[in-house]
Design a protein around this ligand. Structure first.
Ligand SMILES: NC(=O)c1ccc[n+]([C@@H]2O[C@H](COP(=O)([O-])OP(=O)(O)OC[C@H]3O[C@@H](n4cnc5c(N)ncnc54)[C@H](O)[C@@H]3O)[C@@H](O)[C@H]2O)c1
Length: 253
């Protein structure tokens, strides 16, 4: 039967594409109602959830804007009456292929605002709604192996992902006594449009990413979604403040 989320209401940010889209579909199949948030259209994923027998809606949201995130949570409560789970996944790649002295300020601001401030703002607005349920909730933030180790020429991304792990652990401490568990997933290299933007779809460029992975291949988004659903569910009831590495062995080196 697998891990279940029956009767739960879940928000997924960055749900239009890649890991977020796979997680939203998987959360729906596990029995939760899904609210999909993104700056892009989530209609295809909403239809996928419904085709699989689930319930879903999309709310256009820029996670770097407090008003947007507040509206996302307000509309979730208005429509479905509660909020139990959140996967705060929206993210961008940052100043790829630039050393610190070459990188520009706008690229730094964009990565920090979307990746890190976006996760903080999401939790800021989600936590009160979860406390209102009276039964707590579960939050999973999307970090990266770049929260565990550094990669050169990508400082804003590495800094934002280290920050996500920090704010995840902080939130875990703050809400443990009120029934909200907060964890992160730390994916390695996952085949999504984000990675395609790094590699330009070129085999040679892809090989540079896969050769550092002991399992010898990129992850499928569904392989990250499995970890997300487990962390959102009761199956992980004693886990909080954890960064779950799903990386084919990349950081074991
Ligand atoms: N692909 C990988 O190898 C990999 C590895 C580790 C971590 N991650 C993380 O996984 C998450 C998802 O990445 P992905 O690989 O699926 O990329 P993706 O580009 O396929 O999906 C990211 C989604 O986030 C959305 N988004 C971007 N800015 C937003 C904003 N301001 N507000 C709301 N939505 C916004 C995009 O529109 C897109 O739908 C990111 O946080 C990324 O850093 C990815």
């Amino acid at each position: 039967m697998g891990v279940r989320l029956d009767g739960k209401v879940a928000i997924v940010t960055g749900a239009a594409s890649g890991i977020g889209a796979a997680a939203a579909a998987h959360i729906g199949r596990a029995g939760a109602t899904v609210v999909l948030a993104d700056v892009e259209s989530c209609e295809t994923v909403v239809q996928e959830v419904k085709r699989d027998g689930g319930e879903a809606m999309a709310v256009r949201t820029d996670v770097a804007r407090s008003d947007d995130v507040a509206d996302l949570v307000r509309r979730t409560i208005e429509t479905y009456g509660r909020l139990d789970c959140a996967f705060n996944n929206a993210g961008v790649e940052g100043m790829a292929e630039r050393e610190i002295h070459e990188a520009d300020e706008d690229a730094w601001d964009r990565a920090l605002e979307i990746n890190l401030k976006g996760v903080w703002l999401s939790m800021k607005h989600q936590v009160p709604a979860m406390l209102d349920t009276g039964t707590g909730g579960t939050i999973v933030n999307c970090a990266s192996v770049a929260a565990m180790v550094a990669f050169d020429k990508n400082g804003s991304y590495v800094a934002s992902k280290h920050g996500i792990l920090g704010i995840t652990k902080t939130a875990a401490l703050e809400y443990a006594d009120r029934g909200i568990r907060v964890n992160a997933v730390c994916p390695g290299v996952v085949r999504t449009p984000l990675i395609d933007r790094y590699t330009g779809g070129k085999l040679e460029a892809e090989a540079r990413y896969t050769e550092i992975v002991p399992l010898g291949r990129m992850a499928r988004p569904e392989e990250i979604a499995n970890g997300v659903v487990w962390l959102l569910s009761e199956e992980s009831s004693y886990v909080t403040g954890h960064g779950l590495v799903i990386d084919g062995g990349l950081v074991a080196r």
